[in-house]
Design a protein around this ligand. Sequence first.
Ligand code: C2E
Ligand code: CA
Ligand code: CA
Ligand code: CA
Length: 277
Amino acid sequence: KRAGGNIHCFFADTMDPGALEAIELQRDLRRALETNTGLELHYQPKIDSRTGRISGVEALLRWHHPERGAVSPVVFVPVAERFGLIGALGQWVTDEACRQLRIWQDTGLRMHVAINLSVHQLRQTDLVERVQDSLARHDIAGGRVTFEVTESAAMEDPQASLRVFERLAQLGVSLSIDDFGTGYSSLSYLRRLPARQLKIDRSFVQDVASQEDAQAIVRAVIKLAHALGLKVVAEGVETVAQQDVLKRMGCDQLQGYLFAKPMPARHLQLWVMGDGV
Ligand code: C2E
Ligand code: CA
Ligand code: CA
Ligand code: CA
């Protein structure tokens, strides 16, 4: 199948690479990190649902493999986790995002960036120091950065996660609970997390305009989040109908292909200056 023409379709999103593939991928990923080639961050706007203006971006990692072409993070992030590369990879992402924030700021664009954090990074003892280093190196205030952690990741070791989040909060860095609704958070834990934001998973957003049960869940989640003082972001908004329903329910921010796909940094800047705002 390797000989097949379309390399981009080689890994379906849900496909787990076989053991041999995974070993090859981790070797190539290690090389990509060492030589700093092939890795890139794309940025997807989050839109303030009331004003229609951009309120920040989410950084999404892209890897252009020398032979395979684009490999999805759904494939290579788990490989990095499995082979102990996620610490270095995550560090690269945070540093690159801070570097980009600095470039934008120097050209007059004050941006806020959300970075995805893997559960494995939460166990890294020097995570907070590394984040602090990146902020300092590029002279970026912690308040400009949010970490998105999936609900299930935060739940894996609640006590340890809580300690990390509290130390990040001391740097001014905020926390967002990603993919909300797909895990099993206890509400009392959610209350104790120093999170500012909750992201409703795309699977609910997808059906929010067409199915009553999804609508009921989303409405309840928004109410709950607001009662806890959290802002709510809906991810994966693709249609005007979804946008309308979510706006009516008081969802604070919207993100999805309806507004913009993830894009390279310079495109983002053009997008913000052009019809994006
Ligand atoms: P996620 O954090 O839930 O990110 C949202 C995913 O949905 C992204 O896929 C994004 O491109 C996609 N998306 C955004 N809007 C829409 C939409 O309207 N419709 C549809 N169908 N999709 C939309 P992507 O970039 O392939 O990333 C997939 C996952 O890989 C992310 O899910 C995240 O879990 C992980 N990931 C990406 N970058 C990083 C990273 O830097 N570090 C870590 N640890 N994980 C990352
Ligand atoms: Ca995310
Ligand atoms: Ca998400
Ligand atoms: Ca998701």
